[in-house]
Design a protein around this ligand. Structure first.
Ligand code: GLN
Length: 490
């Protein structure tokens, strides 16, 4: 049962061959057996089982949606009433939110919700800053394919738990690659929709102009199913886009014949390790065999996405994180003389090194005298990067690239080198800066049997096309069906 897709589980629940309580018990047992992965920050079997019983009652009353009773895990960046919400930080170690994030509400058991059962809160980098999930106050997440390896960041817990069959799907957030990169490194499928598609209300903010929620599951078809319930206009989020609801599954059956796939030459150069390059190239051949047309395109400003992103994101973070001052939320230092000392000690104790680094960089680039030189310039580059994509989309329908330059590296290998971590984001940042949708799907294995991902980038609101292009590939291949071999548990 734990290997089944969201779609198959929905069928089993509808037919009554399994109950939500049974499914929830099964996955909770697997989570307990896989504690070593450190994929979860919080689990509470009593809460999850109570939700499962409620889901079974809703189904018995004839009010079920297709997803009612299916277990899911939420990245611990979404606030929840029934579990603590930590954002991977000591600052919020024991924080309880008085409300649920919109995403949690839409997928959950409320009157308008999909009826899914929350299995727990997934581990993540502190305030979603990182590329390896080693910045979590709760420790790194191990990669189920090779426990010496990172899971990728920052939705590393979400990716690892889906790969290890601890839940059929999980939510994630992506500011510069945090859904796509861990999905690639853990061999699962993940989609970051167009900026504004999914509500940010109740998502603990990192960089508000970039943050976007999405979903990780084992297949594109499953991602589409969950996204159908997650996405949509939310008046509580001022950047939420008001568009009519759409069915993200509607292009799954569309054949690949005639699809124009753009290959940006900047993404296929020396920076890509040979094992990643050969898996990606083999996947492209498969697309070609199915009738897609590969066209050469250019995204000349790709290299600038790293400096631009690492100015803009810290700038926004320095502002967003000013609310954690020991007064309103979370941690407060035990001993202090005056108010200023209370702020200083609270923030010194509550934040980890990467978060402090971002706050310092952000405050610097926003300060008088540097604003024009750094922040404004970065915003201009951001605009140019977005324009490059629009030029490219004149010649192609989707763009295909590697997700990351290498497979997962070893835990500890790059912890002392923040810039090495930043460079690993080279293929995902520009999509976020432009606000475009991006999807990562498994396309093979590289060095030491570690998974490789293929990134598909679409134009604004092109999620259905991306999911369709991924689904057609998954119909013809079985990379997404492979499971790590040394899993413990049932
Ligand atoms: N690796 C990037 C960063 O550290 C992106 C993280 C994310 O998408 N949340 O900021």
């Amino acid at each position: 049962m734990h290997n089944e897709s969201v779609q198959a589980l929905a069928g089993a629940l509808a037919q009554g061959t399994v109950s939500s309580v049974e499914l929830t018990e099964l996955f909770l047992a697997r989570i307990a057996a896989e504690k070593d992965l450190n994929a979860f920050i919080s689990v509470d079997p009593e809460v999850s089982l109570a939700q499962a019983r409620a889901a079974d009652r809703i189904r018995a009353a004839g009010r079920a949606t297709p997803l009612t009773g299916i277990p899911i895990a939420h990245k611990d960046i979404f606030v929840t009433r029934e579990f603590r919400s930590t954002a991977g930080s000591r600052m919020l170690e024991n924080y309880r939110s008085p409300f649920d994030a919109t995403v949690v509400e839409k997928l959950g058991l409320g009157p308008q919700g999909a009826g899914m059962v929350t299995l727990g809160k997934a581990n993540c980098d502190e305030f979603a800053m990182g590329s390896s999930n080693e910045n979590s106050f709760f420790g790194p997440v191990k990669n189920p394919w090779d426990r010496r390896a990172i899971s990728g960041g920052t939705s590393g817990g979400s990716a690892a738990l889906v790969a290890a069959r601890l839940a059929p799907a999980a939510t994630g957030t992506d500011t510069g690659g945090s859904i796509r990169q861990p999905a690639a490194m853990c061999g699962v499928t993940g989609i970051k929709p167009t900026y504004g598609r999914v509500s940010r209300w109740g998502m603990i903010a990192f960089a508000s102009s970039l943050d976007q929620a999405g979903v990780l599951a084992r297949s594109a078809a499953d991602c589409a199913l969950v996204l159908n319930f997650m996405a949509g206009f939310d008046p509580r989020d001022s950047t939420s886009i008001e568009r009519v609801a759409e069915d993200y599954s509607r292009e799954l059956a569309l054949p690949l014949a005639g699809l124009r796939i753009g290959l940006p030459k900047e993404y296929y150069g020396e920076g890509v390790s040979p094992d990643v390059a050969s898996a990606v190239e083999a996947a492209l051949r498969e697309y070609e065999k199915a009738g897609a047309k590969l066209v050469d395109i250019e995204l000349p400003r790709t290299e600038l996405s790293i400096p631009a992103y690492y100015v803009i994101a810290p700038a926004e973070a320095s502002s967003n994180l000013s609310r954690f001052d020991g007064v309103r939320y979370g941690h407060r230092t035990a001993e202090y003389g005056d108010l200023l000392e209370m702020y200083e000690r609270t923030r010194a104790e509550g934040f980890g090194w990467e978060v402090k680094r971002r706050i310092l960089v952000g405050a610097y680039v926003l300060s008088h005298g540097y604003y024009d030189a750094y922040y404004l310039k970065a915003q201009r580059i951001r605009r140019l990067i977005a324009e490059d994509f629009q030029t490219a989309f004149r010649d192609c329908d989707v763009i295909a690239t590697p997700v990351a330059p290498s497979v997962a590296w070893d835990i500890g290998e790059k912890v002392d080198d923040p810039v090495a971590n930043y460079l690993a984001d080279i293929f995902t940042l520009s999509v976020s800066l432009a606000g475009l949708p991006g999807l990562s799907l498994p396309c093979g294995f590289g060095r030491q049997g570690r998974p490789v991902g293929l990134q598909l980038i679409g134009n604004y609101f092109g999620e259905a096309r991306l999911l369709g292009a991924a689904h057609q590939f998954q119909q013809a291949s079985d990379w997404h069906m492979r499971a790590p071999t040394d899993l413990h548990g049932a």
